[in-house]
Design a protein around this ligand. Structure first.
Ligand SMILES: Nc1ccn([C@@H]2O[C@H](COP(=O)(O)OP(=O)(O)OP(=O)(O)O)[C@@H](O)[C@H]2O)c(=O)n1
Ligand SMILES: C[C@](O)(CO)[C@H](O)COP(=O)(O)O
Length: 235
């Protein structure tokens, strides 16, 4: 990391939205992030939440090279780049490169957020920023595991795991651009979140408690749940 970048007096906050997945578990005909939920394509709810946080200098959306959705629907002020990779980690690493091209420096904060977590709110994003902005490492939104946890083997319970101190990792996950770039390069393409890459460097990201509503739309039934929550909020 260049010293000049780190010495920048006021780090800015950028959002990076990986939006290049296929949604294979969702059972939809096309990518799940473009399914209509509560009257809008799912990803628009996600982008609206980030648009509601004035501290975010720029939002960058990473889509697959073959994705034409944003060209057909040019309504967002976010920067849309077609550099999605074969894994989420690759999409994020490619997006970081584009953020640098757009003017972000190593000392700036990047909030990486799944396009598929359309229930995030400006309040949750602000909570993450407020908690992490003065931290050496950064952190992530997360939810303490509410259920008893089992290990399964051939459809039967092999063991029960103590759930104390176990958290479900959510997004956004917020780290300095330079640190995250290095961490992802070292961690490889298979990691499923940014925190794992930072942890692999021996660092301990902050866990910032968020509610269960910030879930990731993953399975077919999740669309209905997301719809109900969003409609409930607009009432
Ligand atoms: N190569 C990939 C894979 C995933 N994602 C994004 O990462 C987020 C979280 O991933 P996940 O929920 O696993 O999405 P999918 O990969 O689309 O779903 P599935 O694993 O069911 O195929 C999503 O917003 C997805 O679009 C991405 O940008 N690039
Ligand atoms: C980043 C993430 O949302 C944290 O829960 C998640 O890891 C995304 O990918 P996954 O394949 O559904 O684990």
């Amino acid at each position: 990391m260049k010293a000049t970048d780190m010495n920048q007096t006021t780090p800015r906050f950028f959002a990076l939205i990986p939006c290049a997945g296929n949604g294979s578990r969702a059972g939809t005909a096309g990518p799940k992030q473009y399914e209509r939920v509560a009257g809008q394509p799912l990803v628009w709810h996600t982008l609206s939440a980030f648009a509601g946080v004035k501290r975010i200098a720029r939002t960058l959306v990473v889509v697959a090279p073959t994705d034409g959705f944003f060209e057909r629907n040019p309504t967002t002020s976010a920067l849309v780049v077609t550099c999605g990779g074969a894994t989420r980690a690759q999409s994020v690493a490619n997006g970081l490169r584009e953020l640098r091209r757009a003017g972000a420096v190593d000392g700036d904060w990047v909030l990486v957020h799944d396009a598929a977590r359309c229930l995030v709110t400006p309040e949750l994003i602000d909570r993450l920023i407020d908690t992490c902005a003065n931290d050496e490492v950064g952190g992530l939104l997360a939810h303490p595991l509410p259920d008893t946890l089992k290990i399964g083997e051939d459809g039967r319970v092999a063991a029960t795991v103590n759930r104390a101190n176990k958290w479900q990792a959510q997004t956004p996950q917020m780290f300095r651009l330079g640190m995250l770039r290095q961490a992802l390069e070292a961690a490889g393409d298979e990691i499923t979140d940014e925190s794992s890459a930072i942890e692999a460097m021996g660092l301990k990201p902050l866990l910032v408690e968020a509610g269960a509503q910030n879930f990731k739309v993953t399975y077919p039934e999740d669309f209905q749940m997301a719809e109900a929550v969003l409609r409930g909020r607009n009432r």
